[in-house]
Design a protein around this ligand. Structure first.
Ligand code: SF4
Length: 394
């Protein structure tokens, strides 16, 4: 398959995408090279409206729980991990994770996104026990957890297949799998950024395939701007689209730009808003089998995150009660539910809170009882997220 620019005119490619005719990876490359940002945004919005309510944009309330920062890998783009034995390494207790769940519920949350470094000493039973603990203590919370690098490591440690590991985790309470660890699904790039060991492109995709075979939905992600070039980005998009054709198991596609502070790749030039919005719009035009595209306001900031709703995204992602990975690379944002809704409304859409799987809308009445039950567990740092101050955008 060729990932080189197709040579077709931008107008012809955009017309095809708007008309529901599939565009090629070469077409996507052509758009990334030559497409006008505003034209791409308008076209992406038309495609977005084919899949989603044109008058609404969604968000969810969940919490990133990084149960450990200890990791056997050393991805060059990562500022979060600590090597085994490092004084700054941590592994949260089940009770500490439970407290984070309580805070999430207190803030009208419905799920947690739990992933860590790849800890060398945790057997499959550790993950099963953790899931069972959380499900028995907090049956209402959706458990979206353990990205492909963690699944691969468990499978290797236990000498089990990906399918069987995922089946065991599902049996213990796992409800969906986050798309972390994809970065760029091109092995030469993965080798360059030292992400090949944690999963090759085929392994990442196969773990997602096995999750889908287990009837678990997953998300798909792309992190770009590490010097990989446009051809690698369109190859990544192609591989995501191919697997989605095969399984239909991806709920959403989430892309963001590499945040380089405190990483080994600080010298890589930053990727700015124009490229982010162009890539988002082209992704929307290319991924004609993925229903939802999220903005990444956590990496782009609230203003660009909001604007992304006009470039093909239909969902703002989470309010981010806690985030440790991107913030380790020097980018830290949080917002209250009120501010999230203000942000969406002022972009011209009706805000709708959704569940992790996009299968249900949630109202504040739905979450009020549990929020009241756990309100006292809110830490000072998060208390402001529960209040209703005048929304501030900035
Ligand atoms: S990105 Fe994940 S796997 Fe890579 S070093 Fe960081 S924590 Fe470890």
């Amino acid at each position: 398959m060729s990932y080189a620019p197709s040579g077709r005119t931008v107008t012809a490619i955009v017309d095809d995408a708007i008309g529901g005719r599939r565009i090629s990876a070469g077409d996507a490359h052509q758009l990334l090279l030559e497409g006008d940002l505003i034209d791409l945004g308008l076209a992406a919005e038309e495609v977005r409206n084919r899949f989603n309510d044109p008058g609404a944009a969604s968000y969810n309330i969940d919490r990133n729980v990084n149960y450990t920062n200890i990791c056997v890998y050393k991805c060059r783009f990562c500022a979060f991990y600590r090597e085994p034995g490092d004084d700054e390494g941590y592994l949260l207790s089940f009770e500490e994770i439970g407290k984070k769940v309580e805070e999430t519920l207190a803030l009208n949350g419905t799920g947690i996104l739990m992933q860590g470094g790849v800890h060398p000493d945790l057997p499959l039973t550790y993950y099963e026990d953790l899931l069972r603990y959380l499900k028995s203590e907090y049956p209402e919370i959706h458990l979206h957890a353990f990205s492909p690098p963690e699944i691969k490591f468990i499978a290797k440690l236990e000498r089990m297949s990906f399918y069987d590991v995922i089946a065991r985790l599902k049996d213990a309470g796992l409800q969906s799998i986050p798309g972390g660890g994809a970065e760029i699904l091109v092995d030469s790039v993965r080798k360059d950024i030292l992400a090949y060991g944690k999963t090759s492109s085929d392994e990442w995709l196969d773990i997602m395939r096995q999750a889908h075979r287990n009837d678990l939905r997953t998300s798909a992600t792309m992190m770009y701007g590490m010097g990989e070039g446009l051809e690698a980005r369109v190859e990544h998009l192609q591989r995501v689209r191919d697997l989605q054709d095969e399984t239909g198991g991806f709920t959403a596609f989430i892309s963001w730009t590499f945040q380089h502070d405190h990483t080994e790749m600080e010298d890589v030039p930053e990727t700015f808003a124009h490229e982010y919005l162009t890539t988002l719009a082209v992704s929307r035009l290319f991924l004609d089998n993925v229903e939802h595209l999220q903005t990444s306001w956590v990496t782009q900031g609230k203003k660009i995150g909001q604007l992304a709703l006009k470039f093909g995204a239909d969902d703002m992602g989470s309010i981010m009660i806690e985030e440790n990975v991107v913030s380790a690379a020097g980018t830290a944002f949080k917002m209250s539910q009120d501010e999230m809704e203000h942000l969406i409304r002022s972009a011209g859409y009706e805000p709708k809170q959704r569940t992790n799987l996009y299968d249900r809308l949630v109202t504040r009445e739905d979450t009020a009882e549990l929020a009241a039950k756990y309100r006292s567990s809110l830490t000072a740092a998060n208390r402001e997220l529960a209040s209703s101050p005048l929304p501030v955008i900035g």
